[in-house]
Design a protein around this ligand. Structure first.
Ligand SMILES: NC(=O)c1ccc[n+]([C@@H]2O[C@H](COP(=O)([O-])OP(=O)(O)OC[C@H]3O[C@@H](n4cnc5c(N)ncnc54)[C@H](O)[C@@H]3O)[C@@H](O)[C@H]2O)c1
Length: 372
C-alpha cells in the first residue's frame, strides 16, 4: 500500500507524498487540473483547544500536520487525549508528546519533518493562573517560544505564525483595540510573556528574515473548549446546581470569538506572508514592521458582549437559572475588550460569522454529548 498511487477527495497520494488538486478554468469548456505538493505544517499545542481545531481544518484541506504537545496537566489531560485521538485517525497527522523546553526533541522533529510552516500555539495559557504559578509562564512561553524561533531560523521556514493575545492591550482603554496602538501596559505575567514573545519574534524576523505573523486572539470559546474558561465553568456549575462566580459584579464586556472563526482566520493568514520589501504598498491600518517581514493581526469577533448577556444566553439555552455569586474585580483583569479587525478583513477578505448565542448553543450541545 505504501508505494501505491491513489486519489481520494481531490488528494493524490504517492507513497508518503501528498498532492492537492487545483482547477484552472480557461473558458466554459476547458479546465486544467494541476496537482501541487501539500506543505508540512508543525502545529505546537495541537492537543489544546485552538490547536486541535486548527489541525482538523488543515487536515481537511490535505495538509500534513505534525502535532507537538507536552500534554501539561494545567487542565484535564483526558480532554487533550480525546482531541488527540480524533486527530490521530487521519493518516496525515503525526504527534509528538514533548515539552517545548526539550530542545533536543524539537530539533529531532524539525529535521525529521522539515516543516514549511510553523504555527506555534502551545503555551501556558490563562490570565488568572498566572497569579498563582508565574514560573510556568516564564518556562513555557519565554523559553519554549525561543526554542520554536530557533528551529524556525534553522529550517528557514516560509512563515512562522505564533499565538499572542488581546491581553497585551493591558490597561489600554480606547476601544476597539488596533494592532497599531501602543501596548506598554500589560497587567499580568501571562500578558507580559506574550508581549515579550512579540518583541522576541520581531528581533528574529529582523535578524534572520523569518516571515512572522503574531496572532492576537480575543476570548475564544466553542466546542472542545478549555475547562478553565468562563463558558465551560458556567455550564458545568449550572448543570451541577453550583454557584457561578461573576467578577466586578458583572460589569465586564468581552469580544467573545467562536473557535471556527479563529481557525479560519489563522488558516487564511498562512497565505498572507509578511513582506516588508520597499516596492510593497502598505495598507493604512497595517502593523507591518518597517524593518522586518513581521506583522501583528487581531482575530476577534469585533462585537462587545456584556458578561451578564452572555450568562443569560447560557441560562436560556440550558433552560435553567444560574446561582449567582457576585464578586469584586479580580487582580489583573480588564473590564472590556473589543477588537478592530480591519487588518484581518483587508488581508484575508474574512470576517467572523458566528454570533454568541449560536456559539453558546454549539458549545452546550458538545458539552452534553461529551460529559453528560
Ligand atoms: N483560548 C483563548 O481564549 C486564547 C486567547 C488568547 C490567546 N490564546 C493563546 O492561544 C494559544 C492556544 O490556546 P488554547 O486556548 O488552545 O490553550 P490550551 O491550553 O488548550 O492549549 C495549549 C496547549 O499547549 C500545551 N503546552 C503548554 N505548555 C507547553 C510546553 N511547555 N510544552 C509543550 N506543550 C505545552 C498544553 O498541553 C496544551 O495542550 C495559547 O498560546 C494561548 O495563550 C488563547
Amino acid at each position: 500500500m505504501k508505494n501505491c498511487a491513489y486519489i481520494k477527495k481531490n488528494i493524490l497520494r504517492i507513497g508518503d507524498l501528498i498532492f492537492k488538486k487545483y482547477y484552472i478554468f480557461l473558458n466554459n469548456r476547458n479546465v486544467i487540473i494541476l496537482y501541487g505538493h501539500m506543505q508540512n505544517i508543525l502545529v505546537t499545542g495541537s492537543a489544546g483547544f485552538i490547536g486541535f481545531h486548527l489541525s482538523n481544518l488543515l487536515l481537511s484541506e490535505g495538509y500534513n500536520v505534525c502535532g507537538y504537545d507536552g500534554m501539561t496537566d494545567y487542565y484535564d489531560v483526558n480532554l487533550k487525549q480525546s482531541r488527540d485521538n480524533i486527530l490521530l485517525k487521519n493518516p496525515n497527522f503525526s504527534k509528538t508528546t514533548a515539552m517545548l523546553e526539550n530542545k533536543e526533541k524539537l530539533n529531532e522533529i524539525a529535521s525529521q519533518y522539515k516543516p514549511d510552516i510553523i504555527i506555534h500555539l502551545a503555551a501556558q495559557a490563562g490570565v488568572r493562573y498566572s497569579l498563582i504559578n508565574p514560573d510556568s509562564y516564564i518556562s513555557s512561553n519565554i523559553l519554549g517560544t525561543f526554542n520554536i524561533m530557533e528551529i524556525a531560523r534553522k529550517l528557514k521556514v516560509k512563515h512562522l505564525l505564533m499565538a499572542s493575545t488581546s491581553s497585551v492591550y493591558g490597561a489600554n482603554s480606547n476601544l476597539p483595540f488596533s494592532e497599531t496602538d501602543q501596548t506598554e501596559t500589560q497587567l499580568t505575567i501571562y500578558a507580559a510573556t506574550k508581549k515579550a514573545n512579540e518583541n522576541m519574534a520581531h528581533s528574529y524576523s529582523n535578524l534572520w528574515k523569518i516571515p512572522t505573523t503574531m496572532l492576537r486572539f480575543f476570548t475564544v470559546y466553542g466546542p472542545w473548549g478549555r475547562p478553565d474558561m468562563a463558558l465551560f465553568k458556567f455550564v458545568e456549575a449550572i448543570l451541577n446546581n453550583k454557584p457561578i462566580n461573576i467578577y466586578n459584579n458583572g460589569e465586564m464586556k468581552r469580544d467573545f470569538t467562536y473557535i471556527e472563526d479563529i481557525v479560519k482566520g489563522i488558516r487564511l493568514l498562512i497565505d498572507q506572508i509578511p513582506n516588508n520589501l520597499a516596492n510593497i504598498t502598505k495598507l493604512e491600518c497595517d502593523s507591518l514592521s518597517p524593518v522586518a517581514p513581521y506583522r501583528v493581526v487581531n482575530i476577534g469577533n469585533s462585537k462587545t458582549i456584556k458578561l451578564l448577556d452572555f450568562i443569560k444566553a447560557i441560562e436560556d439555552t440550558l433552560g435553567k437559572k444560574a446561582i449567582r455569586n457576585y464578586l469584586d474585580m479580580q487582580k489583573g483583569d480588564v473590564k472590556s475588550t473589543l477588537s478592530d479587525i480591519t487588518l484581518l478583513q483587508k488581508l484575508t477578505n474574512y470576517s467572523p460569522q458566528v454570533n454568541y448565542k449560536e456559539g453558546i448553543a454549539k458549545f452546550i450541545e458538545w458539552y452534553k454529548d461529551y460529559y453528560v
